[in-house]
Write a new protein. Structure first.
Length: 179
């Protein structure tokens, strides 16, 4: 019969026990970076939107992309091609599904997410938050393809630039250069 300690250790996996230990210094570096990065993206995107008269300047899944870029800069899912191409492609897929399908919303949402995942596989730009971009386009009834480029692509590029500058200044090489 296992002891209480052994049982707890065995089941701790379900309570985050599989997550690596992260120092408080690294946590602070990541949180500060995400804050600075998101603030810069939002400030610049809002300014750009105002100068061209576009109300949509925010990509709602930006926070999830920032988590990958600032907390896991070495992950293949956080690399520039994955973030920029994954988000932009998924927006295009979501807009297309919103525009050309006359199916129930649940089917359209499932189609948008699954087709965006297929597209990301094909273009080798897997980025999990991008599947949400496809859903956002459908749920928001976005019918203008411009949305895929501004704010989605522009916000993604700005986030990558902010992530690269911040990560390299704080000792975390980004983007990842394969060996």
């Amino acid at each position: 019969m296992p002891t209480l300690k052994e049982t707890f250790k065995h089941y701790s996996f379900y309570l985050g026990g599989d997550q690596p230990s992260v120092s408080w210094q690294e946590r602070a570096r990541t949180v500060l970076g995400a804050f600075i990065g998101i603030m810069l993206v939002l400030t610049i995107a809002k300014y750009l939107g105002e100068t061209v008269g576009i109300d949509e300047w925010l990509m709602a899944s930006l926070g999830a992309s920032a988590l990958l870029v600032f907390a896991l800069p070495q992950s293949p899912l956080a690399q520039p091609w994955a973030v920029i191409a994954g988000n932009t492609l998924s927006a295009l897929v979501g807009i297309t599904c919103a525009h050309f399908t006359d199916l129930p919303i649940s089917v359209t949402l499932a189609l948008a997410a699954s087709l965006s995942i297929l597209g990301m596989f094909m273009l080798r730009c897997l980025h999990p938050p991008a599947a949400a971009v496809a859903l956002i386009a459908v749920l928001g009834h976005v019918l203008h393809y411009r949305y895929a480029f501004f704010p989605v692509m522009v916000d993604s590029v700005l986030l990558i630039v902010a992530g690269a500058i911040y990560s390299n200044l704080t000792g975390k090489p980004y983007p990842n250069h394969p060996k």
